[in-house]
Design a protein around this ligand. Sequence first.
Ligand code: AMP
Ligand code: ZN
Ligand code: ZN
Length: 414
Amino acid sequence: MKRLRASLVLLATAFALVSCTTPVQPTRAELLVLISIDGFRWDYLQKYDAPTLKALAAGGVHATRLTPSFPSKTFPNHYTLVTGLYPAHHGIVSNWFYDPASGDTFGMSKPASNREERWWAAGEPVWITAEKQGVRSFCYFWPGSETENHGARPSRYKPFDNKVPAPQRVDELLGWLAGPAAERPRFCTLYFDLVDTIGHKYGPVAPETGAAVKEVDHNVARLLAGLTRLGLRDRTDLVIVSDHGMSEQGPDRVIFLEDLMKVSEVQVDSSGPVGGVRPKPGTITAAELAEQIRTKAPPQLHVWLRDESPARYHYRGNPRIPDVVLLADDHWNIESKVGWPNRMLTYSKGNHGWDPATPNMGALFLASGPSFRRGVEIPDVENIHLYNLLCAALGLKPAPNDGDDRLVRAALAQ
Ligand code: AMP
Ligand code: ZN
Ligand code: ZN
């Protein structure tokens, strides 16, 4: 009897261990690779030469457009893709922003901002959801992957370095995957910045941008060949997304802050397609500032108090959002006159940040592999829904988020 009780205890312990270290449901694949091609506009797939991506889209699930969240910038959207939260809810409200609670400024290219948990802690990225449920994750670059998050981290990650050439990124990731099966991740990320960088420099419609698309496409093919060599190709899910699109801009379509307000009375948090200002203490109220700007604004400029921006942007409530939000129409920018004569000479030809509903801001979504349906085209879908799809494909219980199950229903194989 004693021995029976002891074996029952052992069995129960073993079961408890297994149930807290295995995914909620069995999954169809052994590996899911989430790839971001920064700045890949939804229509680049048709416009440019991308045979590998086209074949993956045709054989899997492809959305006409992935609609980014507001603002259509890199950091807010990469964190939305992996958390399912709008930027106002995950806290990375822009690439650069001021935080009144600490008096500090977050910056995408500040290594400390990328390492410090306090900026990122309101969101639970999918690699943390995975690790918390006993599923190993490796991140080869992704905003938010370099920080601890409530005591967890990806099993492996690499601090961002834009100088690492794309083939080296692929080969290093393949090297990580070539390790012993017990150490292999179930989920990993990979990131390419080339299409965004070239899109800024030459604009979305340029032979150079087409060449960048082709180059990244070759690198996706390189990854697939490597997965085949490792014997993983047929058991791998690929989800390929971008964070936003790209639109033309030029120094002739600019709205100057100095023509809208007394700049000595404000702190300028951001400029570009989306501007943000806060009145300095002891000057005017935010409502007065917004009114002042509205009376001088050209028709291409929209002005809101933080908590009165259009509900569809879900860009309210977080003190990291500036008191007064300025949004220019597609192609237009909000700029300062300081240093303008020089800056206008090197003004880039492409940009993003505008209203996510603008067709030019539309991003890429495709999913291919054993977990996904085959040959399915789905209509536009918001990027808040991706996190639930990733969790479903990985057999994870998602953390609370802003998305629902529409992408799971549309994309996951039954
Ligand atoms: P954007 O200014 O919105 O066009 O941002 C695009 C740039 O973000 C890319 O060119 C990268 O250099 C940079 N970037 C992307 N991922 C990261 C990261 N994890 N850490 C730091 N910078 C990044
Ligand atoms: Zn981007
Ligand atoms: Zn960009």
